[in-house]
Design a binder for this molecule. Structure first.
Ligand SMILES: [Zn+2]
Length: 93
């Protein structure tokens, strides 16, 4: 069962509530997170009981995704794991 409801996105420049009910909402949410991380360097995301911080990774730092091992450009970090955007999207349930 995938999470459905609202998602709170917050960074140093402010907060936003986004709906999350469809696959399209999911695409928009992660596009928004990506844009905001590029601008503000980090974003806190809360979706129901799940929460994580998305942080911009320096291009040459070679931090791997905890799930797929791909080099991260944005790290979605929670509970000691750092996921790439694709794995974080898949893990959102
Ligand atoms: Zn990954």
């Amino acid at each position: 069962m995938k999470y459905s409801g609202q998602v709170a996105v917050r960074s140093s420049t402010g907060g936003l509530i986004m709906p999350l009910r469809s696959e399209y909402d999911r695409q928009l949410l992660f596009e928004h997170i990506t844009d905001r991380v590029r601008r503000d360097r980090w974003v806190d995301v809360r979706a129901g009981r799940q929460h994580w911080r998305a942080t911009l990774i320096e291009p040459d730092s070679h931090v791997p995704c905890s799930t797929c091992g791909e080099a991260l450009t944005i790290a979605h970090a929670s509970a000691g794991a750092q996921l790439c955007t694709r794995c974080r999207m898949r893990a959102l349930h």
